[in-house]
Design a protein around this ligand. Structure first.
Ligand SMILES: [Fe+2]
Ligand SMILES: [Fe+2]
Length: 370
């Protein structure tokens, strides 16, 4: 499937991989002044290299016309196309942090083609188009040497994995809606290491002058001004990575006991064993997060998401096509079991009647279960 190309404005074109739930975004930035500069931000993964070359042929007359390539950090979804791009283009300069370079140099890119962010005074450089490239360090979001790229003249912030997310919108657009939040939340819970690192990065966005009007992340939906403050405020309060691992550490074992007890009751009462096994399999069927709950011999032994989310996921899976009475019986069993272990009951289960069919959490897992 070819890459999806969307013109965002006169200067920025989004080049997006065709996956449905977890897309990789690359951006072609075209700057014009006395001279013209073509900058490629976070190149498309190597899996789509050929498509990327064709796309660049269409957009700028060929990969050889690129002047600059920027990468936020070293992950393969961002850097795996670098070496062949730089083989086909003998002039473009690669810009990244020293931390990133230490790893991507193993692609065999010559050092003289690389320019470290740290080398630029005040981490800024003015191009011959009179546009400024401003680099903003976001330590441990999610890599120690991750840096965002801001072009103040265009009020555009290329944020890398930060503010990236799963695409939870059902429409075929590229801009975030309020519904995009659930995908951003889940992505940050898994990928970002701690609230402290996240807060630091968010604070840096808040202090940019001028404030960006477009946040262009490496995954998911582009965030416009109207949702920016809302999403940043929500992220500021989000528990991610180590925070919830630590918070649940002492309770993890009890959540596992409770989960397995609920599961055992389900097994005892479920007549269609095949369907039961199928449903358990579906819980772990996301192509991008293949094991949300780790099972050994039919027993859950580890949660890779918040334990409360794991229990909600189990409930959602087994109640989606169950008759009302069966659903209610499972809900009561979950509440009773969690109460027995003195654990918090997820609100979505406690207040079932208030949950709409449009529950975004449920919708995200539906995207997974293709
Ligand atoms: Fe990454
Ligand atoms: Fe990424």
């Amino acid at each position: 499937m070819p890459l999806k190309v969307t013109k965002i404005n006169d200067n920025i074109t989004l080049i997006q991989t065709p996956e449905q739930s977890f897309v990789s975004n690359s951006y072609l930035v075209s700057l014009n002044g006395k001279e013209r500069v073509y900058l490629l931000v976070d190149p498309t993964p190597q899996e789509y290299f050929k498509d990327l070359i064709f796309t660049l042929n269409d957009l700028i007359g060929g990969v050889e016309n690129l002047d600059l390539i920027y990468v936020n950090h070293q992950d393969p979804d961002v850097t795996s196309s670098l070496a062949p791009i730089m083989d086909m283009n003998k002039n473009a300069l690669l810009i990244a942090s020293e931390d990133t370079w230490r790893l991507i140099r193993f692609y065999g890119i010559p050092r003289e083609r690389f320019q470290a962010i740290e080398f630029f005074p005040n981490r800024k450089v003015v191009l011959k188009t009179d546009d400024t490239l401003e680099f903003i360090h976001t330590p441990f979001c999610h890599f120690r040497g991750a840096w965002m790229l801001f072009i103040p003249e265009k009020k555009a912030l290329f944020s890398g994995d930060l503010l990236g997310g799963l695409s939870s919108r059902e429409v075929n657009g590229v801009y975030a809606t309020e519904d995009s939040w659930e995908g951003i939340k889940l992505f940050h819970e898994i990928y970002m290491p701690s609230k402290e690192a996240l807060k630091l990065a968010i604070d840096k966005i808040g202090r940019l002058t001028p404030l960006p009007e477009l946040i262009l992340p490496q995954h998911g939906d582009i965030i416009r001004k109207n949702l920016m403050v809302d999403f940043l405020a929500k992220l500021n309060d989000l528990e991610v990575g180590l925070d919830y691992i630590k918070r649940y550490e002492s309770q993890q074992q009890f959540y596992l006991y409770a989960f397995n007890e609920i599961l055992q009751n389900l097994k005892n009462n479920y007549s269609d064993k095949e369907k039961l096994m199928q449903k358990l399999k579906e819980i772990n069927s996301s192509p991008f997060f293949p094991e949300l709950i780790h099972f050994e011999n039919g027993v859950a032994t580890e949660f890779r998401i918040q334990p409360e989310s794991a229990i909600e996921l189990l409930y959602d899976k087994f109640s989606e096509d169950a008759p009302r009475e069966e659903r209610e019986s499972l809900r009561i069993d979950i509440i009773k079991t969690l109460r027995k272990y003195n654990l918090d009951i997820p609100e979505g289960i406690l207040y079932e009647r208030q949950r709409g069919s449009e529950n975004p959490f449920r919708r995200i897992f539906k995207i997974f279960q293709r």
